[in-house]
Design a protein. Structure first.
Length: 220
């Protein structure tokens, strides 16, 4: 009995002493500075807590949330998923991000709206997303206009961080992110961005037909 009690007290001392340090999942907690992040995580330029090697890459074009790097026994944040599902009636939730998948050619011919204050990602294939993509309510927004002739009307971002990739031929009629705290809009497709993008701080953040979040253009 005494041996068992001694072992229990020793184990409790380890936990109370601060040696217990469970791994934290990258890209699941939004932040304004390092004080908002736990463990060894830092606050990335994209406004999400992550390990140093992942910081700033959580919600950029082509990046995915670091679910694979997390141990299998770390549960997904149930509250985060519930908040996403409530705000994402027209898409599916991927670790708290509302994903609206219009990658099938000619899909999503009506207006597309990210309807809740959670991160949103819209993926548009050939001739898809032919009407307005409205991200003004989203916490952050990523729109991938990768298909030929995709995003045929305006992509309108809100005050959060916004990333719009117009890599399909003739993609994106116009990107409007003048209200965003930071906006990266790239127009790499042939004939993409029929009209110059509306960027934060007007011409100061213009980059060709698109926008940049470099330097003073990042106010997030």
């Amino acid at each position: 009995m005494r041996a068992s009690l001694a072992f229990g007290l020793a184990l409790a001392a380890i936990f109370v002493g601060g040696c217990y340090n469970p791994m934290l999942r990258n890209c699941t907690v939004q932040c304004a500075d390092a004080a908002d992040c736990g463990g060894d995580q830092v606050c990335g330029s994209d406004g999400w807590c992550a390990a140093a090697g992942m910081a700033g890459k959580c919600h950029t074009s082509g990046a995915t949330i670091d679910a694979a790097a997390a141990p299998a026994d770390v549960p997904i944040d149930t509250n985060e998923n519930m908040a996403c599902q409530a705000a994402c009636p027209n898409g599916t939730c991927d670790h708290g991000v509302c994903v609206i998948d219009c990658s099938t050619p000619f899909s999503c011919q009506g207006d597309i709206a990210c309807t809740g204050s959670v991160p949103c990602r819209v993926v548009c294939g050939n001739r898809a997303c032919q009407r307005r993509v409205d991200c003004r309510m989203a916490a952050t927004c990523e729109v991938q206009c990768t298909g030929t002739g995709s995003c045929g009307d305006e992509v309108h971002c809100g005050p959060g961080r916004c990333s719009v990739t117009c890599s399909g031929g003739g993609a994106c009629k116009r990107v409007r992110c003048g209200e965003s705290c930071a906006c990266d809009a790239t127009c790499s497709g042939i004939g993409a961005c029929a009209q110059n993008s509306e960027c934060p701080q007007a011409s100061a953040c213009q980059a060709g037909e698109g926008c940049t979040s470099s330097g003073s253009c990042n106010r997030c």
